[in-house]
Write a protein that binds this ligand. Sequence first.
Ligand SMILES: [Zn+2]
Length: 151
Amino acid sequence: MRVGRPVKALPQPVCDYCGARAVLVRGGDEHYPYRDDHGPLWLCTACEAWIGIHARSTRNVPVGRLADAALRDAKSRLHDVLEPLVAGKVRRDRVNPFEARARAIRWVAEELGFDPLPASIHHLSLEQCEQSIAHVEAFIAQRRPTAPDER
Ligand SMILES: [Zn+2]
């Protein structure tokens, strides 16, 4: 039933770095940062910061905060360091990789006491990413000698 439901404003995000309103760009647009089309992005050209939107979102809802080069790099490194844990979880619990990654991020965020708990990796700050990477690396290093639940 859609009747009477108020229309929500477009969620135009604000750049965390400069406070400017991000603009929505699509593959092929002048300021689109990728050569290939990675779907629509909210972009701050001044900060070279951007974030994607939820797949199938009809209202261009961003998946998280705008990320500059340093944050994009940190998210990528956190993603990589989590992959062995994600792969193990997929094997053991037969969950799909997306679910396993979401749970891994939630686990790290809870371990480190992030408040509020991030909905996904795309909500983490640079500092939170760095803390998470260090925590996961320490966790993996510590359990490596026995690795009881590997394989
Ligand atoms: Zn900006």
